[in-house]
Design a protein around this ligand. Sequence first.
Ligand SMILES: [Zn+2]
Ligand SMILES: [Zn+2]
Length: 356
Amino acid sequence: MKAAVMYGVGQPLVIEDVAVDEPRAGEVLVKTSASGVCHSDLHFMEGSYPTATPIVLGHESAGIVEKVGDGVKNVKAGDRVVIAFVGSCGFCDNCVQGKPNLCDNTAELGRGDRLKLNGNAMAQFANMSAFAEYQLVSANACVHVPADVPMEVAALVGCSVMTGVGAVTNTARIPVGSTVAVVGAGGVGLNIIQGAVLAGASRIIAIDLLENKLAAAREFGATDVIDASKEDAIVKVMGMTGGGVDFAFEAIGLAKTAEQCFAMIKRGGKAVIVGMVPVAATVNVPGVGFLMEKGIIGSFYGSTRQTHDMPWLMELYRQKRLKIDELITRRYPLTQINEAYAALKNGEVNRSVIAF
Ligand SMILES: [Zn+2]
Ligand SMILES: [Zn+2]
């Protein structure tokens, strides 16, 4: 199959012929239909997160089941599926507690040698490697896609929509009437905004450095926008809300913006860190904030319970209560994946999709 291979940090991806293994027990081979171009892959390409190389990145995708391994009961050949990038085991303590996104056993899925490049085993990314024509995934990661939901829409449900909406509804569980700030209005930030709308937030303040992002934020439901290239976001939020928001969501992945989120919440407020803060970074917050019952929490993958949440999100899309078509700004073939990442880096797009 054709796959986009990352050979090293800072290098362009190269389209290569990669061999993919047959599905074993509990595994599914999926023919990729669409893969989203997510910022998280960029963290690995740029080296702020470590990875073994060579590797095939990509973790936001949907496709058609090609083959299933022994014992797979939830899907069969020909089914349309969105793939969750954590293939949860279903029996560890976190899975049983309803937190499959924090499954303790994902490392033991053991697919470190099932893709081969020139006969040599290479690692799979996020138990998926979605920038490829086929993906070998866990059956547990597969969620059915309704016939009238386009595959590119389902793909985005697999990461950005789930991560953003879920941060609000699952991780933070904001009460109706909460005031919300969202720092970063990219693919995930726009979904945090729509999550806040769904959850009945009163005021939703979007903060970004780019005018086109702030315009998109308004389209997705932001009630106010702040151009942080022109004004101090913290001072502005404090003024607008009379002392801070109930919840501030970080959707960029920087220590500095995580600290800003803590600074713009009110007494009893919570900063929710959704972006991937670099592995080597430390987030510093003033300890006195804890006397004000200010909190800071992480959110991974919108605290997804994939087989419950992804059908819910696709149903909201079908009812036009969730904007997903509007997230997709551009489509690229796999051969132009480096152009797609360049557009993401330049802030030109909400989301691009690799169409197979
Ligand atoms: Zn992603
Ligand atoms: Zn588990």
